[in-house]
Design a protein around this ligand. Structure first.
Ligand SMILES: Nc1ncnc2c1ncn2[C@@H]1O[C@H](COP(=O)(O)OP(=O)(O)O)[C@@H](O)[C@H]1O
Ligand SMILES: [Mg+2]
Length: 297
């Protein structure tokens, strides 16, 4: 099991497994692992929140256990469920000779428990990375249910008692900020705000994901993406879109990001009708006039 020894070490390890963390991300990851506190990562879509958890799992050689949140997610899907069929079978085979009291003892044992991600993470023998993805999609009751887990690393099952963590997981919660999370939840976590990266880091990320793209094209691409982000769009392009665009430009053998290339491929980075119009108008013109990027091309 790879341990994380210092902030620089975290940064280096994450880099080795393909995640270029900035200073705050490396610092919070290090502290979370050392202090045994969950990380709450917030930020716009596509800036590397989910990937940070995946990268931490690769960097520490820990298994990744993922709970994808959605509206209406409940304990039965997140924590555990009783295996009714199996319980029923046991009741049927035992009922004739044994009394109800004996059967009841039997059917609420671990054997009849169906583990869901949170219980799996808690009861794993080797420490894991637990990703609770897009927590803002659930409701406040669900958050409240998580509190016991996040502060004490245990789960109470009425029929069985308290199940304590055998090992302490690294917990990463992500949120797209679609609703304000409760203070109680935030208090238990270390907070990391991930934003769009600066041009230098984004260039490195693009190079990492599309190493064969000529460097000059990668630089231009990042410049254009940053210009597009500065417009007042419904949905600005994220790192995920920059990477997709880089791969597309590579496939198309692009040697430059000029106006015509932008016109043909901008639907990879902008996905609203009105946004497309705005980009064509505002960025397209600048590319034609050679107002950006020439010095670095
Ligand atoms: N710092 C980074 N280093 C390397 N790749 C990154 C980084 N940040 C984002 N990515 C890439 O960007 C894409 C989107 O990231 P993701 O974690 O899915 O975004 P989010 O969960 O914030 O919506 C992924 O393909 C990921 O590999
Ligand atoms: Mg995500």
């Amino acid at each position: 099991m790879a341990e994380l020894q210092s902030v620089d070490h975290v940064k280096a390890r994450l880099g080795e497994v393909g995640y270029l963390a900035d200073e705050p991300a490396a610092l919070v990851s290090y502290l979370a692992a050392q202090l045994g506190k969950p990380i709450l990562v917030e930020g716009p879509a596509g800036v590397g929140k989910t990937e940070l958890a995946k990268a931490l799992s690769r960097a520490t050689d820990r298994r990744l256990i993922r709970l994808q949140c959605y509206e209406g997610l409940d304990e039965a899907k997140a924590l555990y469920e009783w295996n009714y069929r199996k319980q029923l079978l046991r009741i049927q085979t035992e009922a004739q000779d044994a009394g109800w009291e004996t059967v009841k003892e039997d059917i609420f044992g671990e054997e009849f428990l169906l583990e869901r991600p949170l219980l799996t993470a808690i009861s794993a023998k080797d420490p894991v990375v637990l990703l609770i993805d897009e927590i803002d999609k659930t409701d406040q009751e669900f958050e409240a249910m998580l509190l016991e887990l996040l502060s004490d690393f245990q789960i109470s099952i009425p029929e069985l008692g308290v199940i304590e963590a055998r090992s302490r997981p690294i917990v990463v919660l992500t949120s797209n900020n679609s609703r304000e999370l409760t203070e109680a939840l935030k208090r238990r976590c270390l907070y990391l705000w991930l934003d769009y990266p600066d041009a230098e880091r984004e260039h490195e990320i693009v190079r990492l994901h599309a190493p064969d793209l000529p460097d000059a094209v990668a630089r231009r691409l990042v410049e254009v993406v940053h210009m597009v982000r500065n417009l007042d769009l419904k949905k600005p392009p994220s790192i995920a879109e920059s990477i997709d665009w880089a791969r597309a430009l590579l496939l198309l053998g692009a040697e430059d990001v000029d106006e015509s290339m932008l016109q043909h491929t901008m639907s990879i980075i902008v996905k609203h009708r009105t946004d497309l119009d705005m980009v064509a108008e505002r960025v397209g013109v600048k590319l034609t006039d050679g107002l950006i990027g020439r010095q670095s091309a």
